[in-house]
Design a protein around this ligand. Structure first.
Ligand code: TD4
Ligand code: CA
Ligand code: ZN
Length: 307
C-alpha cells in the first residue's frame, strides 16, 4: 500500500500498549530487510532516513526505494526523517513524499525548540505529515550522577507537558538515559523510568525511544570472530526495553543492531568464502541476517500481527 502517516501507526500503538520499530536505512538491502520482515511478521513499520543517509544515497533515491517497497506489501509503512535539524531539509523531505518528520532542536534553548517545532508542525500537518520532536540530551546516566546533573541532561516532565501543548507535536522523544551507538552504558544499563512515567502521564502522546539498540552478544561475536575488533560494546537489554514500552514508549529506534548484523555477515562471507566476488553473494547474506534481527526486534516490541 501507499506510505501512511507516522501518526496512524503510532496512535494505534499508543492505544494498544505496544511499540512500532523505526529502522534506519540507507541502501536497498537494508530497506528490503525491513520491509520483508514487516510483511512476514504482519507488523506495521517505520523506515527512517537520517540526514546522513540522505547525503549518502540522495533524497529522491531513498523516497523512490521507499515508495516502491511499501507498494509491494500489505502492512502499513511510514517514511520518517530521523533527527532533522533545520527547516530547509525538513521542507525538502515534505515535498519529496516523507510521511513523518523529526525536528530535533533539543540542543537549543527550550523557547527556540518550541518555536522551530511549532513552525514545522504548521507546515507538516496540512500536508498530512506527522511530526516528532525531542527534549533533553541523549546520554547515558552513570550510577554516581547527582540529581542536579540528571535534571540538566534528561527531560523535564513539566516542560514536556508545556512543549506538547505549545507545539501540537504528534510524538515526543524524551531523553531518559539512552544514547546512540554501540557503547551505551559503562556499568549497568539504567533508564529513568520515573521520568518516563511522568512524561507519559502529562502528555499522553506516543513517546519515542532513541538509542534503543540491544547490541546482542552474538552479533559482536561474529564480527570479532571474522577479523573485526569491537570491544566493550553494550546496548539496552531486552527486559529494560520492554519495561520502557510498558511505561509508554510507542516507537523504538534501531540502527546500530542492523549495522552490526550487516557487518558480521559480510565479514563472515569474505572470511569463509575466499573465492567470492559477486556483490549479491556478499550482500545477500547480510540482508538475510538483518531481516532476522528485525523480526526478533518486532516480536520484542509487540508489533507483530498488528497490521
Ligand atoms: O535515531 N537513531 C538512529 C540514528 C542514525 C544516525 O545516522 P547517521 O550516522 O546517518 O547520522 C537512533 O536512535 C538509533 O539508536 P541506536 O541505538 O540503534 O544507535
Ligand atoms: Ca538531539
Ligand atoms: Zn536517534
Amino acid at each position: 500500500m501507499s506510505l501512511v502517516p507516522g501518526k496512524v501507526v503510532l496512535d494505534a500503538a499508543n492505544k494498544g500498549g505496544y511499540a512500532i520499530g523505526a529502522f534506519n536505512f540507507n541502501n536497498m538491502e537494508i530497506l528490503q530487510a525491513i520491509i520483508d520482515a514487516a510483511e512476514e511478521e504482519k507488523s506495521p513499520v517505520i523506515i527512517a532516513a537520517s540526514e546522513g543517509a540522505i547525503k549518502y544515497a540522495g533524497l529522491e533515491m531513498l523516497v523512490g526505494l521507499a515508495e516502491t517497497a511499501a507498494e509491494k506489501v500489505g502492512v502499513p509503512v511510514a517514511l520518517h526523517l530521523d533527527h532533522g535539524t533545520h527547516y530547509d531539509i525538513i521542507l525538502r523531505c515534505l515535498r519529496a513524499g516523507f510521511t513523518s518528520v523529526m525536528i530535533d532542536a533539543s540542543s537549543r534553548p527550550f523557547d527556540e525548540n518550541v518555536k522551530l517545532t511549532k513552525q514545522i508542525v504548521d507546515i507538516a500537518h496540512p500536508m498530512g505529515v506527522s511530526v516528532e520532536a525531542e527534549l533533553g540530551r541523549l546520554m547515558g546516566i552513570e550510577d554516581n550522577i547527582s540529581v542536579a546533573e540528571r535534571d540538566a541532561v534528561l527531560v523535564d516532565p513539566d516542560q514536556a507537558e508545556k512543549f506538547v501543548e505549545l507545539t501540537g507535536v504528534d510524538s515526543l522523544a524524551p531523553a531518559i538515559g539512552t544514547s546512540h551507538g554501540a557503547f551505551k552504558f559503562k556499568g549497568e544499563a539504567k533508564l529513568d523510568f520515573d521520568r518516563l512515567k511522568k512524561v507519559k502521564e502529562k502528555t499522553g502522546i506516543p513517546l519515542v525511544l532513541h538509542g534503543a539498540s540491544g547490541v546482542p552478544r552474538h552479533l559482536l561475536d561474529t564480527i570479532n570472530r571474522f577479523g573485526g575488533d569491537i570491544k566493550g560494546a553494550k546496548g539496552l537489554p531486552a527486559e529494560t526495553l520492554q519495561k520502557a514500552i510498558a511505561y509508554g514508549i510507542n516507537k523504538v529506534n534501531t540502527d546500530t543492531d542492523l549495522r552490526l548484523a550487516f557487518t558480521g555477515a559480510i565479514r563472515e562471507v569474505l572470511a569463509e568464502k575466499k573465492e567470492v566476488f559477486d556483490p549479491r553473494k556478499i550482500l545477500g547474506p547480510a540482508r538475510e541476517k538483518m531481516k532476522e534481527v528485525i523480526k526478533e526486534r518486532m516480536r520484542l516490541f509487540g508489533s507483530v500481527n498488528k497490521a
